[in-house]
Design a protein around this ligand. Structure first.
Ligand code: C5P
Length: 244
């Protein structure tokens, strides 16, 4: 069975500041989404990449990607489909576009353009080795505090602390997250339509709710998510170092 990568790229990226959708912003002259597609296609295992575009932007994204053809060993097939209102909905629409013969699925954020191919390969290997859900993850640098839900509090007001989970037992998770295709399809069907607090911020979170085991493998610093303006500076520095 084939391995495919689904790249949700339908987010607006408002935390990065105003402007074009995040995935289409350039990093050293090349759109972030193009870096992300290349990062998936760099794995010999990946033969299909499905990009999930903004709901009204599939044609535009297709045109953009065609201007950056995949070459060399990276010649995966490329599909572009329209996404939805939430990341979860966008992934679900990407999964629907997969052909029958796909048995392993990676889900990778367009916002993690620099993930090294070794991480991609390690995730694929663990799924092919029998794990239904595999997530790259790193220990935390910062201690994390838990707060109580405060739906009505004004931003910036002091937040009472409820607890401090033991840092050594926490992990920050990245993508690509890898899945047995049937497992991920079942999770997205079961929990389709849930959003906001009910929804999941990652795909493995949905699989956990099915009661299916999820395992972590080592992630990589360079798989960080480009979210805020400083992340753009860091991403361009990483690219410049790679070229040096
Ligand atoms: O918002 P966040 O940083 O969690 O987004 C992670 C990924 O999900 C990004 O690649 C973003 O483009 C994608 N996304 C999406 N559809 C949405 C919202 C986010 O594909 N409606």
């Amino acid at each position: 069975a084939r391995t495919a990568a689904v790249i949700p790229a339908a987010g607006r990226g408002t935390r990065l500041g105003p402007g074009t959708p995040k995935a289409l912003r350039a990093l050293n002259g090349t759109p972030m989404l193009v870096h992300a597609v290349r990062a998936m296609a760099a794995s010999r295992a990946v033969t299909l990449v499905v990009v999930v575009a903004p709901p009204d932007g599939a044609a535009e994204v297709r045109t953009l990607l065609d201007a950056y053809p995949l070459t060399g060993p990276d010649r995966a097939e490329l599909l572009v489909v329209p996404g939805g209102a939430s990341r979860q909905e966008s992934v679900r629409l990407g999964l629907k576009a997969l052909p029958e013969d796909v048995g392993t699925v990676l889900v990778h954020d367009a916002a993690r353009p620099l993930v090294p191919v070794d991480v991609v390969d390690a995730v694929v290997a663990a799924v092919r080795g029998g794990a239904p859900a595999v997530v790259p993850a790193l220990p935390l640098a910062d201690t994390v505090k838990q707060i109580a839900p405060r739906p009505d509090a004004a931003p910036g007001t002091p937040e009472p602390v409820v607890g401090t989970p033991e840092r050594a037992l926490l992990r920050a998770v990245q993508t690509p997250q890898g899945f047995d295709r049937g497992t991920l399809d079942a999770a997205h069907e079961q929990f389709a339509g849930q959003h906001g607090e009910e929804g999941a911020t990652d795909d493995a979170g949905l699989v956990e709710r099915l009661g299916t085991p999820v395992v972590l493998v080592p992630g990589h610093e360079e798989a960080f998510k480009v979210t805020r303006p400083l992340d753009l500076v860091l991403a361009e520095a990483v690219l410049a170092r790679r070229r040096a």
